[in-house]
Design a protein around this ligand. Structure first.
Ligand SMILES: NC(=O)c1ccc[n+]([C@@H]2O[C@H](COP(=O)([O-])OP(=O)(O)OC[C@H]3O[C@@H](n4cnc5c(N)ncnc54)[C@H](OP(=O)(O)O)[C@@H]3O)[C@@H](O)[C@H]2O)c1
Length: 249
């Protein structure tokens, strides 16, 4: 029997990278998953890869009406939620001196506001005793050049886990954040660097990881299964670092 047998899980950003690897693993553990992302074609391809027990909803987490539509589908199909992995996120590089208002707003809209309302709007459907996992980042405690808005938005996510663990404790809903280090996903190709700069950034980040390499999405998925399942029944409010030691030593 799987660790998530019969559970209903919603995963935002489930068509790529960490979210997709986690959706695949959740289904292997017996869950039914509802995955979202903005790109419909990638969502359909992800569903084929996952193979069974998967529903796709094209939705942008920065748009509250999209979140309402997502949860209407979940309600109609399953009637409730046991697990929410609020994972959609990312950002672009920008130095303080030249960053625009649009850069700041886009970063916080996606990582902070998107996560906030993804969780808020799930609550009417949430089963007492469920688990909420938020994707923060190793960046939430670091000072990386050109990543300050991203890092601050991910620090907000870490703070959400603390506050919501308290707000939802009477419903026995556990809330934790999970902070990946540098992971082998398409994310770094989307931050606004040239291909050469991406290669340099990969080498730079890997050199700062005690384990000496980038992590694999499947290694993050394993940690998320732990936080989603009863294996972590006495864990709430934490920020679980899955970073090869990057921010720990
Ligand atoms: N990779 C790393 O090194 C790393 C490190 C620390 C933290 N993280 C965090 O891990 C999470 C997953 O990233 P990843 O590395 O797996 O990158 P990824 O492969 O690029 O996945 C990002 C996911 O988020 C979705 N997404 C982006 N903007 C969205 C929006 N406005 N509405 C809905 N979905 C949206 C994307 O789908 P669409 O494009 O189709 O919308 C995609 O499914 C992010 O929160 C990221 O900040 C990643």
């Amino acid at each position: 029997m799987g660790k998530l047998e019969g559970k209903v899980a919603v995963i935002t950003g489930g068509n790529s990278g960490i979210g997709l690897a986690t959706a695949k693993r959740f289904v292997e553990e017996g869950a039914h998953v509802v995955i979202t992302g903005r790109r419909e074609k990638e969502l359909k391809e992800a569903a084929v890869l996952i193979g069974k027990n998967v529903t796709t909803v094209t939705a942008d987490v920065t748009r509250l009406e999209d979140l309402d539509r997502l949860y209407a589908v979940v309600k109609e199909k399953h009637g409730h939620i046991d697990i929410l992995f609020a994972n959609a996120g990312w950002g672009e590089v920008a130095l303080l001196e030249t960053a625009t208002e649009a850069h700041f707003d886009k970063t916080f809209d996606l990582n902070a506001k998107g996560t906030f309302f993804t969780v808020q709007k799930s609550l009417p459907l949430f089963k007492d005793g469920g688990s909420i996992i938020l994707t923060s980042s190793v960046a939430n405690v670091r000072g990386d050049i050109a990543f300050s808005a991203y890092a601050a938005s991910k620090a907000a996510v870490r703070c959400f886990a603390r506050g919501w663990a308290m707000e939802l404790k009477d419903r026995k809903i556990r809330v934790n954040s999970m902070s990946p280090g540098p992971i082998e996903t398409p994310a770094l190709e989307k931050v606004g660097l040239t291909a050469e700069q991406v290669e340099q950034a990969i080498a730079h980040f890997a050199s700062q990881v005690p384990l000496g390499r980038r992590g694999k999405p499947e290694e993050i998925a394993a940690a998320v299964v732990f936080l989603a399942s009863d294996e972590s029944s006495y864990v709430t409010g934490v920020d679980l670092a899955v970073d090869g030691g990057m921010a720990q030593v």
